[in-house]
Design a protein around this ligand. Structure first.
Ligand code: HEM
Length: 291
């Protein structure tokens, strides 16, 4: 880390001594960089809101997009933690990052409210200036999808030749969180179709009856010691909140551009409806019919 930007750690004793010297008021002068900025990099962050039009409404569209990008990154981080715990048979430990991911998804979803003012006329004021730019080209969103097990390889293509493509390629060849959950069920003695455990993880997993049957059995034991059931519910929460994002996005699109063509070249609403029909953790849903 650059020593100029380094955050100097303090101890509880140092904080108390400082408070006593300050007479209870906050510190107002620093010899070096303002410590908040050294950590948060707010001054860098605030250089990134480069709107294209003079329209006052565009700022909220850009800032919400950036906020959502940061949430995608945070959610990917949590899902990676959860996947690694599941891989290591640490079901209890996997619950905390899954809980955090579900809460971050709620925060992400709340951000849609910032765009509820936007009519088609409002969007049209700056839409042309976005050119072919579309959230569809978000590499971080694809990272989240890949971890959840949604693996449409062609959606990596916009990133060809960039570092983001290499990162997506690497993620594609690692098991998704759902792949690891299926492997965990097998390690716990559930009788699964053998091909599931020896498949090319770069291909999207399709709902499989033996996995669905396993979840029916898992859910029969409602005791708090049944960590697999707790894991199933934590995963259901993540899938459900992710579904909320997809739905709220669809509503925002419908509200601001109806069924017009998308900036990214797709049919817009019809494309998004198709995309949404790919289920997250499919057997956690199919099994519910048999419970
Ligand atoms: C009201 C504002 C918005 C409109 C009208 C809109 C419109 C669209 C459309 C039409 C698509 C389909 C691809 C295409 O462009 O042809 C799309 C995809 C997408 N948009 Fe938006 N979008 C909006 C806001 C956002 C925001 C704020 C984000 C957050 C970064 C976002 C992220 C995405 C993602 C990730 C996809 C791909 C979804 C998938 O593959 O299932 N969108 N958007």
């Amino acid at each position: 880390m650059n020593p100029v930007n380094a955050v100097r750690p303090t101890t509880a004793e140092e904080r108390d001594a400082r408070t006593a010297r300050n007479g209870g008021a906050p510190t107002l002068e620093f010899g070096r960089k303002v410590p908040y900025d050294a950590y948060v990099h707010a001054s860098t962050l605030h250089t990134l809101q480069r709107t294209l039009s003079g329209d006052p409404g565009e700022m909220s569209f850009l800032v919400v997009s950036q906020i959502m990008e940061l949430y995608f990154k945070l959610i990917r981080h949590e899902l990676e933690q959860a996947r690694d715990h599941v891989r290591a048979d640490q079901m209890w430990e996997a619950l905390a990052p899954l809980k955090r991911a579900a809460l971050h998804l709620e925060g992400l979803n709340a951000a849609w409210q910032t765009l509820r003012w936007m009519t088609p006329a409002d969007f049209n004021k700056f839409r042309d200036l976005l050119g072919e730019g579309s959230g569809f080209q978000s590499a971080m969103y694809r990272q989240v999808e890949f971890l959840l097990g949604l693996r449409t390889k062609s959606l990596m293509r916009p990133h060809k030749g960039t570092a983001a493509y290499d990162e997506l390629e690497a993620a594609l060849h690692q098991p998704s969180l759902w792949d690891e959950v299926i492997a965990l069920l097998a390690r716990h003695g559930y009788d699964l179709k053998p091909e599931l455990l020896d498949r090319d993880v770069a291909d999207e997993h399709e709902a499989e009856q033996s996995v669905s049957d396993a979840w029916v059995r898992v859910y029969r034991d409602t005791s708090p010691e049944n960590h697999l059931r707790l894991l199933g519910e934590a995963l259901t929460e993540v899938a459900d909140r992710f579904g909320d994002w997809r739905y709220l996005h669809l509503k925002a699109v419908q509200r601001t551009m109806g069924a017009k063509s998308g900036s990214g070249g797709s049919s817009g609403l019809a494309f998004l409806q198709r995309s949404m029909s790919r289920p997250v953790f499919p057997e956690l849903w199919t099994s519910r019919t048999e419970m």
